[in-house]
Structures are given as C-alpha cells and as structure tokens.
Design a binder for this molecule. Structure first.
Ligand code: HEC
Length: 505
C-alpha cells in the first residue's frame, strides 16, 4: 500500500539525457543500479585497504598545497584577491568581517580563513546578499571561515571537481549551507552548520564524496545525498533537524540515480524540528522526527549509527509513490532497492509517529513505536538482527549476508580527476546542470518554478530570459527571490537561456 501524504509537499524535478554526457565521463554508471547489496562488490577499483595511520602523507582531493600565498586583511576585498590570483594560489583571509559574494571561477584556489585567538574571518551577508561563496573552479579548498546571514547558499560548487570544504562555521545562510553540485571527488568535513531552510549539507548530482565529522543541527534537512553515487556519510553529529540524513533520488533531474551510499557511525538524535522548508521545496515534505530517510536510492548501507529520539521513525525507507505530488519521471526508478540495515543502536524512535505509518501498522496488526519503516515495492533489501528493532514493512527484507563495510575506507579517488573542460558548445548545458538545477526542475516546483513554466513564458525569447536572470525582479508572492546570475557572464547567460528553452525533459 502507498501512503500518499508521507512526504506532504511536492517532489519535483527536471530530467534529461543531458545527464548521460556527464555520467559516462565518470567511473560510475549513473543509469543502471547495481544488483547486490554488499557495496564492496560494486567497486570499480579495489578498495584502499591501507590501514589508517600509515605513512602516506595525507593529500586531500584537491591535491598538493599551493606554493603561492597572498593575504587579505580586514577591510579588503576577498573577491578582488581571487580576481588577481593566478591558479595555484592560497588566499589567507585574516579575521574581520567581509560583506561580499566571492566567485571562484579558476582552478586551484585555496580560500583559507586565518583563525587568531578563536576569531575567524566572517563573511556576513547582512540578510541581503544571496551567496557567500560560489566556485566553478576545480581543486578548490574553502576552510576555516565563518559564514552567516546570506539568503541563498553558504558555499556552493557549480561543476567543480576535487573540492575540499572543511572546518567552516555556517549559521543561518538561507537555502543551502554547503552545496557541491555536479562535482566529482570531494570532501565536506569538520563543518558546523545550523539554521538552514533546506539542507545544511546538500550533495547534488555528484560522485565520489566523503561527508564526515560535521555537526549539523537546527536545519530542515541535515545531510542530503541526492542524485549522487559513491558517497560515504560517517562520524557526523546530526540533531534537531526535521530530517537527519537523507539519501534520495529526486525524479526529473538530469542525473537519475543515487546508489552506493554508506551511512555509518553517525549520531542521529532528536531530529524533531518543525519543518520550516520553503513551501513546495522537496524537504518541506519531510515529517518532523525522521532520523534517516531513504527515498528511491539503491544500495544504501546503514551501519553502526546511534539513532535516538526521532519521533516519526528512526529509519524511513520509501518509494516515490509515498510522496504526494511527485512528478512523473519514466526514466527514474521509483523504488529503494538493496538497502541494508546493519547493526545500529536505536532507542526511543517513532514515539509520536504520523497517521500514515500508524495506518501501515494497523495493516500488520502491529502497534509499535517504529525504529524502521519501509514502504515500497523495492527488492533485495536486508536487515541484520531484526528482532532488535521495532519495525514496520520489513517482512520481505532478507537477513543481511554481510555485517560491515570495513573494506571500504573511502570512495574518494586516488588522484584528482581531470579539471572539467567545458567546450563553448556545452556552456549552456553545464550552467543549467551546475547552477539552475539547484532551484529549477523540468516539470515541477523546486525552489523556483518549473522549466515548463519558464518555457511557456519565454517561448522563442532567449534574450528576454537572459535579461531576466541577469537582473531578476520579484514576481511571485509565494516564491523567494531569484538571485541574479549576472556573474556567469554574458555569453554563458545567453547560452543557458537558449539551453533552458530547448530542454524536453
Ligand atoms: C537559488 C535558486 C535559483 C537559482 C540557482 C536559479 N533560479 Fe531561477 N528562479 C528562482 C526563483 C525562486 C524564481 C521565482 C522568482 C519570482 O517569481 O519572484 C525563479 C524564476 C526564474 C524565471 C522566471 C522568470 C519570470 O519571468 O517569471 C526564470 C526564467 C529563471 N528563474 C531562470 C533561471 C535560470 C536559467 C537559472 C540558471 C542560470 C536560474 N533560474 C537559477 C530561483 C532560482
């Protein structure tokens, strides 16, 4: 049975064959989900089995540290420093307050806050600026900053590979805290993020990512792995969000799958915050009190987490049909398959669950406060030691035939992937995937209206569309403002306008 209002708000999305271009250029096949549960069986390269603490120097995904260094002092402009910097520069930012948006459109830039006596470089959007940091360069590092009072994104990656986002404090920055979109090979670690209206950490349409040691709280979604593959989420402390950790497929985005996600060794506690997501946004439908949500993602392993006091359920595993208003995407497989719930500590979850889950329990003549809830026609899932948990809907889960993911230390790649080369003919497409898809889907509402709506408004008028996104004006009362995209430059603005009007899914 389906329970339609489980995720009450609209799940939306745009789609496209365009995604295949990207996915084929990486080492994972984004279109077919693997069949076995054990994630080590699907590895395209042998897992790195070197013991931690070995002699190897630790080099992050962005590669070796830059030799050229420059310093930005309080009162100066970070953007001016980025503009002047050649690729391969480390920009040290002294403590002080900087009210600006920083665009990094070159490779190998490290933006490092200098912390003195606990004082950080603060990027303050004053409640007026949209984004703190947007990077489209590869091998970009953003570290040690304090970011607050922006309306859109704290740190957003737009098609940059080999990123490192580390040790930042991000408070009250609007829609997304840390949002690498369309990137391969990156880490998001040791960040403290709170007060975010959508996802504190949002890994979007990306591959080979590691999200670890972050402290994420008071947000709608804590950590979200969306339309992404080969991600490990470990050792995070995720509490007092509406939903703690989410792995899902948003139907209709250009990249159609989420798989090989390991969620392990996290604290996922008290995620009972009221849902303050923007109406119509994906996360606005998460029932408060959701510890982990798996929607339509495949090969997700949930292992050794401490999951307590989440009032709707500790772990919710659902298909697209369980969310209201999900736009149809025939290219997107709606079920969660091969999900493995291994040993976790689960206590006091589901104590005030939603009527839809109570309905499911009634069908099983079961009245429990559920740790694990499953609703879908997916196959191949398993649960270890099921008698430990209070469960609903897991009757068709097998007993797992493996009990840990210790062989998989990381999905990060051994060497940085090549910088993305964007041919002039691809500019519009990459900007659409890397920028617009964060807020627009083809046939449904995300943060902004659907591409279909936009196509109707700007039929055969790419110039008008380019003019709007250069200087958007507020049009709809029930939507936030659209941020200007002028930083993309005239040629890309025109190219993305034409591309948006040409999309068919
Ligand atoms: C941070 C989220 C966000 C991003 C990124 C974004 N948009 Fe929007 N967009 C919005 C919102 C919100 C609205 C609705 C604004 C309103 O009605 O006041 C909107 C509205 C629009 C409209 C409707 C204009 C009209 O006349 O009604 C167009 C066209 C558009 N966006 C194109 C784009 C394109 C192209 C991109 C990528 C280059 C893009 N947007 C990136 C959020 C975003």
């Amino acid at each position: 049975m389906k329970f339609n209002n489980l995720l009450v708000a609209g799940l939306v999305v745009a789609a496209g064959a365009a995604g295949y271009y990207y996915s084929e250029s990486t080492n994972s096949s984004a279109t077919t989900a693997p069949t076995s549960n054990d994630p080590s069986k699907g590895l395209s390269k042998p897992a790195d089995t070197s013991p931690s603490g070995s002699e190897k120097p630790i080099i992050g995904p962005a590669g070796e540290v830059n030799k050229i260094e420059i310093t930005v002092n309080a009162g100066e402009s970070i953007q001016a420093a980025v503009k002047a910097a050649e690729p391969g520069t480390t920009i040290n930012i002294m403590p002080g307050t900087y009210s600006e948006t920083v665009y990094i459109d070159k490779d190998n830039i490290r933006l490092i806050g200098v912390i003195e006596q606990g004082k950080r470089a603060t990027l303050d959007g004053l409640g007026k600026l949209n984004d703190a940091i947007l990077y489209s360069g590869n091998n970009v590092v953003v570290e040690n900053l304090h970011i607050t009072r922006y309306k859109g994104n704290g740190i957003m990656g737009q098609a940059g590979n080999n990123f490192e986002i580390r040790n930042n404090v991000i408070v009250d920055t609007g829609i997304y805290g840390v949002f690498p979109q369309l990137g391969t090979n990156g880490v998001v670690e040791y960040n403290v993020i709170s007060g975010i209206e959508d996802a504190a950490i949002y890994i979007g349409m990306s591959d080979n990512v590691h999200v670890a040691h972050n402290h994420v709280f008071d947000s709608v979604a804590g950590i979200e792995i969306e339309n992404s593959r080969h991600a490990i989420v470990e050792n995070n402390n995720v509490h007092n969000n509406t939903g703690g950790i989410l792995a899902f497929v948003t139907p209709g985005l250009a990249i159609k799958t989420t798989y090989d996600v390991i969620i392990r060794n996290n604290f996922i506690n008290d995620n009972n915050h009221d849902n303050f997501g923007a109406p119509g946004s994906i996360v606005a439908g998460i029932p408060p009190g959701t510890g982990i949500l798996v929607m339509a993602a495949d090969r997700v392993v949930i292992e050794s987490n401490i999951i307590t006091n989440n009032k709707t359920a500790g772990i919710l595993i659902v298909d697209h049909g369980s969310a209201a208003n999900v736009s149809d995407d025939p290219e997107s497989e709606p079920n969660p398959d091969n999900v493995s719930v291994l040993d976790n500590v689960m206590l006091n979850n589901g104590y005030q669950t939603i009527p839809e889950i109570k309905g499911l329990m009634a069908l099983e003549l079961k009245y429990v406060e559920p740790d694990v809830v499953h609703v879908s026609e997916g196959s191949g899932s398993c649960i270890a030691n099921r008698s430990r948990y209070k469960t609903v809907g897991v009757g068709d889960f097998a007993d797992c035939d493996f009990d840990n993911t210790d062989k998989i230390i990381t999905y990060l790649l051994d060497t940085p992937v090549a910088a993305r080369e964007i041919a002039p003919s691809e500019r519009g497409q990459i900007a659409y995937l890397g920028v617009c898809s964060g807020c627009h889907s083809y046939n449904g509402r995300l943060i902004g209206p659907s591409i279909q709506t936009i196509q109707a408004l700007y039929f055969e008028n790419p110039e008008g569309l380019a003019a709007y996104i250069t200087k958007p004006i507020k049009k709809r009362d029930d939507y936030p403002e659209m941020p200007s995209q002028a930083y993309l430059g005239e040629e890309t603005l025109q190219a993305v306008a034409e591309y948006v009007l040409s999309r068919e899914n």
